[in-house]
Design a protein around this ligand. Structure first.
Ligand code: ATP
Ligand code: MG
Length: 754
């Protein structure tokens, strides 16, 4: 592309930014206004007209995916592959620097990067070496302390304890941890950034070299930089001051991880002579979506203030679906995606975004059932998560003591003093005697050479499993799951993990119990003759289901598939069709955000990020009752929905009049209204226009509705809680007063209204 073409595809303000003389610039602009586009075009412009070599350009963005995308876009603009240009994430670039200058950085040549789990194990070893009781000084808390200090650029020597025992102890852990890392040649993520900063601070000649080399710096998503990243950029920019950053204060969503929105304000002071350029035209979304985003974000106080507009028409209204429960929500979303594809569109154009990873399980299951290809980004699939695998391994071991992989996984998780050497010994014994590890462990306990302590630990584990086995002899699947989580002490183990991550793990454990409670075997033994079904135990069926879900179904990166991700990982991306699920108070805004000042605003910005991902059509959905993290919740619709101007929204209800059972309904049915929350929503058919009846249409042909009380000749009275399929294949799930929930073939069930 030639120079004129580069500028041609830009508006006046974008052009001004792209073709500006070298200097420092802050492009402050709302979502979809072309910030990333300006950044890539600026690079092309610099190379083509300002004679800057690709070698002299350093561009930083937020994720590896974004970096790859950026490079591809620039190369396509230039119609040639670019060598020598550094495009990457802060961590990636810091790593590269440290690899090249390990000596100056004081590192071993072959230094290793520690991930979160390795880091935690190391902190535990440090606690032991310092004789600190982990109950009093949880490793996860110490880890959090260390990371937070590093993000602020602080070494132990920079921190005053002011006689505070908490700080004092954590400082000693931090110091010992540093020594251990240094001795072992290990570097954690936060250390990469801090070390790269210090590398330049302590080596002026090296810094000079990079300042000379990188004549142009460009930074995307600037609003989410933390203290050390900002300091690093300032050092590199030096006197020359050629730096262009693009960002949006309304999209700052990483405050909880140390990002400093203030960096935007500081920029103008710290980079003298810098200019601010604003972009206000949005090219991504329809008028309705944009107005919704503007309305929503205007509820935040203290914004830098900008209003987006578009030349595009209003497009479709935003749809709001009030689902009966989370299963209904997922089914609705899947149905809309099917419609979309039937109209000749692709799966990859659809994104389902959610606040919390625990929401993805039900969505995944709905997609799997309908055989729609999908891919989850920025988070593992539910059954692949470490905490879930651990619980499942215990369950598998209970079902079959000779399951070696399960044995290996849990024998020392949580840690119970059975070290790697002992496990190795068990493994070798099992191999030489051709017995399972379980049997080998018994043998070792009775006849082995191991020390008294190791023997005791092994015995403790064997007894634990036997006790669990006995305790769960009559348990149903959910009880089994719950007992395993409790008796294995996995819950306590994850409780010690501070921050969002620990919270997420605990939520996932609860979600697993829910999955077990609502699990319906594929063989659908409820309506087949029990004698025809192979006698697979429910536990086995559940474990098979989990294993299959973990392995298959997920499309690869290049396949056309529906995109699932958290709102946090959707930053910078765009999709023609977007679903924001779980628009409920307590879920989004997340209940934890209501306790700390400033967090609600950050949640609102996150919602703004979500809304502005949509190009053509946006669906907001919420569930009147939701089983999540093991409990039934009855949340009100999110305040964020109410902050969107009403005339932009078209409400779709599951039915115009859902028949709700009286309070105190059936256990586990998920249909117990609490307090007066039902009545706090606007009544169906109120001022919002355009009601349609989705679920009623799909239940089609029958007069049954979700939530309706029915009578079955054998099982008695129950409530309709779910359904799937059509015509002869249609199945209906009823929660019976005496027998609990059952799937029945609609054609044969002969249900009568109660
Ligand atoms: P976000 O804040 O979400 O990161 P952004 O400001 O980086 O958004 P871009 O992703 O650069 O926005 O642009 C949004 C969309 O608008 C892209 O599809 C981009 O190609 C398109 N776009 C931007 N500017 C123009 C323009 N002048 N003409 C046509 N399309 C444009
Ligand atoms: Mg962008």
């Amino acid at each position: 592309m030639n120079v004129a073409d580069i500028l041609d595809s830009l508006n006046e303000y974008q052009r001004q930014a792209v073709a500006a003389p070298t200097g420092s610039y802050l492009i402050l602009a709302g979502a979809g206004s072309g910030k990333t586009r300006v950044l890539t075009h600026r690079i092309a412009w610099l190379i083509q007209t300002a004679g800057v070599s690709p070698h002299g350009i350093l561009a930083v963005t937020f994720t590896n995916k974004a970096a790859a995308e950026m490079r591809a876009r620039i190369e396509s603009l230039m119609a040639t592959p670019l060598r020598g240009m550094w495009v990457g994430t802060f961590h990636g670039i810091a790593h590269r620097l440290l690899r090249s200058h390990w000596q100056e950085a004081g590192l071993a040549q072959n230094f290793q990067i520690l991930d979160g789990d390795d880091q935690l194990r190391l902190v535990k070893r440090v606690l032991t070496s310092l004789n600190l009781d982990e109950k009093k000084w949880p490793a996860r808390q110490a880890l959090y302390f260390i990371n937070a200090q590093k993000d602020e650029g602080l070494r132990p020597r920079h921190i005053e304890d002011h006689g505070d025992l908490y700080i004092k102890t954590h400082l000693s852990i931090y110091s010992a941890y540093e020594t251990a890392c240094q001795r072992g040649g290990m570097v954690d993520f936060a250390e990469l950034l801090l070390r790269a900063h210090e590398l330049w601070l302590n080596n002026p000649r090296l810094l000079q070299h990079y300042q000379d080399r990188f004549a142009q710096l460009l930074v995307d998503e600037f609003q989410d930089t933390n203290t050390i990243q900002y300091a690093w950029l300032r050092l590199l920019a030096g006197e020359r001051n050629n730096i262009l950053v693009v960002g949006d204060d309304d999209q700052s969503i990483y405050g909880w991880r140390g990002a400093k929105i203030e960096n935007i304000q500081r920029f103008s002071t710290d980079f003298p002579g810098s200019q601010v350029i604003k972009l206000e035209q949005n090219y991504r979304s329809t008028g309705s979506i944009l107005k919704a985003a503007n309305g929503l974000i205007s509820a935040n106080p203290s914004r830098l203030g900008k209003e987006l507009w578009t030349e595009a028409g209003d497009g479709e209204q935003i749809s709001l679906y009030a689902a009966f429960n989370e299963v209904d929500e997922a089914r609705y979303i899947v149905a809309r995606i099917k419609d979309w594809v039937t109209q000749g569109n692709n799966y990859a154009e659809c994104a389902i975004l959610y606040r919390s990873n625990a929401q993805s399980r039900v969505l995944e299951e709905a997609l799997l059932r309908s055989h729609l290809p999908y891919r989850i980004y920025g988070g593992q699939r539910f059954f692949e998560r470490m905490e879930i695998r651990n619980v499942l391994a215990y369950m598998r071991l209970l079902g079959n003591k000779d399951a070696d992989a399960a044995f290996e996984r849990v024998v020392n998780t949580p840690s119970r003093g059975i070290g790697d050497r002992s496990i190795d010994e068990i493994r070798q014994l099992a191999r030489s005697k051709n017995i399972s590890m379980w049997q080998a462990a018994i043998f070792l306990k009775d006849h082995g050479q191991a020390t008294g302590r190791t023997k005791k630990a092994i015995e403790g584990f064997l007894t634990l499993i036997d006790t669990m086995d006995a305790a769960t002899a009559d348990a149903d699947l959910a009880e089994l799951c719950e007992t395993v989580i409790r008796m294995s002490e996995l819950r306590e183990y994850y409780e010690k993990e501070t921050g969002e991550r620990g919270q997420a793990r605990l939520e996932n454990l609860q979600e697993l119990i829910t999955a077990a409670r609502t699990f319906e075997p594929e063989s659908a033994s409820d309506f087949t003759d029990p004698d025809d079904v192979a006698p697979l135990s429910l536990l086995e069926e559940f474990l098979n289901h989990a294993a299959l879900e973990a392995g298959d179904g997920q499309g690869d990166a290049n396949q056309d598939c529906v995109q699932l991700m958290t709102l946090h990982s959707a930053k910078g991306l765009e999709f023609p069709l977007v679903f924001l699920g779980g628009m409920e108070e307590g879920l989004f805004p997340h209940k934890m955000s209501l306790e700390e000042p400033g967090r609600l605003e950050e949640e609102r910005r996150l919602c703004y990020v979500g809304v502005t991902r949509a190009m053509q059509q946006l669906y907001l959905t919420y569930a009147e009752s939701r089983r999540i993290n093991g409990t039934e919740t009855y949340n009100r619709m999110s305040r964020f929905v109410k902050e969107i101007p009403e005339d932009l929204i078209q409400e779709v209800r599951s039915q115009q009049s859902v028949v709700r059972p009286a309070a105190g309904g059936f256990a586990g049915a998920g249909l117990r209204p609490q307090g007066n929350q039902w009545s706090s929503r606007p009544a169906a058919g109120s001022s919002i226009r355009g009601l349609t009846s989705f679920a009623a249409a799909e239940l089609g042909g029958t007069s049954l509705k979700l939530g309706q009380r029915v009578i079955h000749s054998k099982f008695g009275e129950g409530v309709v809680i779910n359904y799937e399929g059509e015509g002869k294949q249609a199945r209906i799930q009823v929660n019976f007063k005496s027998d609990g929930s059952k799937w029945l073939m609609m054609a044969y069930a002969n249900l009568q209204p109660a």
